[in-house]
Design a protein around this ligand. Structure first.
Ligand SMILES: [Zn+2]
Length: 331
């Protein structure tokens, strides 16, 4: 980067314009209005060979402006490895990923101060975000014509809409009436999803009833065990007091022990069953959670539509029909 006062002034102007919050295209218009020569024109005027001066004469391109705006060499950094040579020994190259660059800060005098540079980065990021977002629409590739079963075309306008392009030539075709506002359609699909899912919201009754039943059974067994242990204790006391013989004690104790074992086994079985029921209920409630998150969603997202929706049909009377991916979820 040779310090050239003339070009340095242009670079500074570009940064100042971008920092006011206007986009790259608006910067190019401003440069054209002020008669600022493009890099190509500048080189040609100074006797350097430049291959397509005629094609870009007087017209700054947005990509040139963007390239200048993100070039850290203007804040005095030396950037190594920004481009990689495509063929061995060749001269063609492509831009490498940023994390493979080496940046040496304060390597040479800066043309643009760091504060202005950072401000421009922030402003330009804000510019590039919305366009990225609008490109990702949740019903992409899922909207079809209810008349002819062809995918509807998304017409990008200030208020984008879907229309059937398939039969536009045929004046009598009903497809001509198939037209849906994108935002409105997304809202209608979300509303329909919510209505469908609300049906699933009540807790599965079976699970609750079974858990209550097992709880009742468990406390019954606990009582039975207590009674049996008391009776066994009483038997032992009677033996200690000499009221019964050792043989009688032994045979009656065996009966109690067998009874206690039986109740203990039954108790264990019921507890294991209860554990299974609790696990099943946990599974159900996690499903409920997913359902809840859909019911509480404010906007239709690609995650939701990719998970649930196969197709959305639009009919001439604005009626819509949704073909779901997960059939058992709604049946
Ligand atoms: Zn159609």
């Amino acid at each position: 980067m040779e310090p050239n006062p003339e070009t340095a002034a242009v670079v500074q102007l570009i940064f100042q314009l971008a920092a006011t919050g206007i986009g790259a295209a608006a910067v190019t218009r401003e440069l054209f209005k002020r008669g600022i020569p493009t890099p190509g024109e500048y080189k040609a005027a100074h006797g350097q060979q430049y291959h397509d001066v005629s094609r870009s004469r007087g017209r700054w391109s947005s990509s040139t402006v963007l390239r200048i705006l993100e070039d850290e060499r203007y804040i005095g950094s030396y950037v190594i490895g920004r481009r990689a040579v495509i063929e061995v020994g060749g001269t063609r190259s492509r831009k490498k990923d940023r994390d493979k660059w080496f940046i040496i800060p304060d390597h040479h005098p800066a043309i643009v101060d760091k504060e202005l540079f950072e401000k421009v980065q922030a402003v330009q990021r804000r510019f590039s975000l919305p366009t990225k977002k609008t490109r990702e629409y949740p019903l992409k590739g899922k909207v079809y014509c209810g008349c002819c079963d062809h995918a509807l075309s998304r017409i990008a306008q200030k208020r984008p809409f879907y229309m059937c392009r398939h039969s536009t030539a045929d004046v009598n075709s009903r497809c001509r009436d198939v037209r849906a506002d994108v935002a409105g359609l997304e809202e209608a699909v979300l509303l329909t999803l919510k209505k469908q899912l609300e049906i699933l919201l009540p807790v599965h009754e079976d699970g609750t009833i079974h858990l209550e039943a097992t709880a009742v059974k468990c406390s019954e067994y606990e009582k039975q065990l207590e009674v049996l242990k008391d009776q066994k204790q009483a038997l032992f006391e009677r033996y200690l007091l000499g009221q019964i013989e050792l043989d009688t004690y032994k045979s009656e104790k065996a009966v109690y022990d067998a009874e206690i074992l039986k109740v203990k086994n039954a108790y264990a079985a019921v507890t294991a069953q209860a554990k299974l029921k609790r696990e099943e209920q946990a599974r159900q409630s996690s499903r409920q959670e997913i359902v809840h998150s859909i019911v509480e969603a404010d906007v239709l997202t690609s995650e939701l539509t990719d998970l649930l929706i196969e197709k959305v049909y639009v009919f001439p009377d604005n009626r819509i029909e949704i073909v779901y991916k997960v059939h058992d979820l709604f049946e």
